[in-house]
Design a protein around this ligand. Structure first.
Ligand code: SF4
Ligand code: SF4
Length: 95
């Protein structure tokens, strides 16, 4: 019998080594002034883009899967993206 895991359960198996440095920067001014739809609220598989009480986008690097979706998916080039510095970031655990 095979056991199917939910996406949250699969992501919960991953291990993150945090460097304390932000490897993704988001220009909140561009988000506020140019982006009405805010698709990052939907396309980040780790759900790291949120709206704060003022309606501004806030982004948390912790838990980033390094998929690069926000790098190519932001329609206003508000995301400055790099991999975490050597040795840090996500380690995927399959199974
Ligand atoms: S899609 Fe890009 S510009 Fe729009 S809110 Fe998200 S990060 Fe900002
Ligand atoms: S690289 Fe992927 S997981 Fe990381 S913040 Fe961007 S969309 Fe989310």
């Amino acid at each position: 019998m095979s056991l199917k895991l939910s996406i949250a359960e699969r992501l919960g198996k991953d291990v993150f080594e945090l460097s304390g440095q932000r490897h993704i920067l988001v220009d909140a001014r561009v988000c506020r002034e140019k982006c009405r739809e805010k698709p990052c609220l939907y396309f980040c598989p780790a759900d790291l883009f949120k709206l704060n009480a003022e309606g501004d986008i806030v982004h948390d690097c912790d838990g980033c899967l390094e998929c690069g979706t926000c790098r190519v998916g932001c329609p206003h080039e508000a995301v400055t993206w790099d991999y975490p510095e050597g040795g840090y970031g996500v380690s995927f655990r399959f199974g």
